[in-house]
Write a protein that binds this ligand. Structure first.
Ligand SMILES: *Cc1c(COP(=O)(O)O)cnc(C)c1O
Length: 371
């Protein structure tokens, strides 16, 4: 079976992790602190705080900004539900915004329309753009809109570590950036996540919320406010530290693989059977998702490909189609790009370990089935 993707954990990383386990220093500790300073260096940011997963990272961002009941947060319709769920769990209202049909990221014109015409009653507090599958969302315009309307910006860069705009890393454009180290992401610690910011005050709040609202002083534990336990373990940090030096090389391989897929798929795209994802110099290619023409049944195709030994999957969800967000619409528009991407999106086998042989097999199977 050609898997959708496989985590890249080599012998040295496993040994490093085992050493930490043997040391008995299991919870947040030295390895986490070292990982954090290496992540600061890699991302070019003041504060990096490792946490238990990407959803925890997003939740901590909202807690640090004191977003909750009576507030509203703008999120792209097409994303993993966690982006909306953290808003909802925090007590704030989820305001979905449609996405672009080729970048799959938040559509900035729609965003601007919704922000400009916002009537309340909730307080619009923040924009949470997602760098979907590693494609850098248009942060220049998003930050302009945020500034004009005094909104905070929390980047959901969960699947976009290493993605850039003009060399500047995604996650460092907004007030807070959030990452995931889930096995489906390019760098993985099993479960794991990261919150980054250049704001000292926000960093302090995030650090405390992560650890029961507590900090150790010379006299013992001091509890500043009620918090959570969203810490990463020391042995997970050891895994992450071993991968970080390879990350850029992996992304570079992913860019080559995306190019191969694009070339091989072009004839099928030209025939109007599929749409290819937008390319971008700073794309980190966590996932390569094509969009099938309406006449094809994505779920059936997924099953047929599986029978041929090829694992594919849907790309992401559309928040407005989920039962957990009833009656939520986007400015009264009933047909969203997000709906189409959710229904017709097909993520192809993709990771830095794959090469042109895999691309040939996948594209030839796909061509056959789309006849
Ligand atoms: C993976 C992902 C998350 C959730 O991260 P976890 O580590 O699984 O909690 C949130 N948002 C997006 C866009 C993601 O891709």
């Amino acid at each position: 079976m050609i898997k959708l993707s496989t985590p890249n954990i080599e012998g040295a990383a496993i040994e490093a992790m085992v050493e930490v386990v043997k040391s008995g220093q299991l919870v947040h500790g030295e390895e986490c602190l070292k990982f954090e300073s290496e992540l600061c260096e890699y991302l070019g940011i003041e504060h990096a705080l490792v946490v238990s997963n990407g959803t925890a990272a997003l939740h901590l961002a909202l807690l640090a900004l004191d977003i909750g009941h009576g507030d509203a947060v703008l999120v792209p319709d097409f994303t993993y539900p966690a982006t909306g769920n953290v808003v909802s769990v925090s007590g704030a209202k989820v305001v979905p915004v449609d996405v672009d049909s080729e970048t799959y990221c938040i559509d900035v014109d729609s965003l601007e329309r919704i922000v400009t015409s916002w009537q309340g009653p909730e307080n619009l507090r923040a924009i949470m753009p997602v760098h979907e599958f590693g494609y850098p969302a248009d942060m220049e315009r998003i930050n302009q809109i945020a500034k004009r309307h005094q909104l905070s910006v929390v980047e959901d860069a969960a699947c976009a570590i290493g993605a850039t705009i003009n060399g500047k890393k995604m996650g460092t454009f907004g007030d807070i950036g959030c990452f995931s180290f889930h096995p489906r992401k390019t760098l993985t610690t099993g479960e794991g996540g990261l919150v980054v910011t250049n704001n000292d005050e926000l960093a302090d709040r995030i650090r405390r919320f992560r650890n029961h609202g507590m900090e150790r002083t010379e006299r013992g534990m001091k509890f500043f406010f009620p918090g959570l336990n969203y810490r990463l373990t020391n042995f997970q940090a050891a895994l992450g530290r071993q991968q970080l030096p390879s990350l850029d090389a992996w992304i570079s391989k992913r860019k080559d693989l995306a190019k191969s897929y694009r070339n091989a798929l072009q004839p099928i795209a030209d025939a109007g059977k599929i749409r290819l994802p937008a390319d971008n110099l700073g794309h980190s290619w966590q996932t390569f998702m094509i969009v099938l023409a309406d006449k094809y049944d994505r779920d059936l195709l997924t099953k047929d490909l599986r029978d041929l030994g090829i694992e594919t999957s849907l790309g992401a969800q559309s928040l407005t189609t989920l039962d957990i967000y009833p009656g939520v619409d986007v400015n009264g528009v009933s047909k969203l790009v997000g709906h189409e991407l959710f229904k017709q999106g097909l993520a192809l086998p993709f990771c830095e370990k794959y090469d042109d042989t895999i691309v040939e097999k996948v594209v030839s199977a796909l061509s056959g089935l789309l006849k």
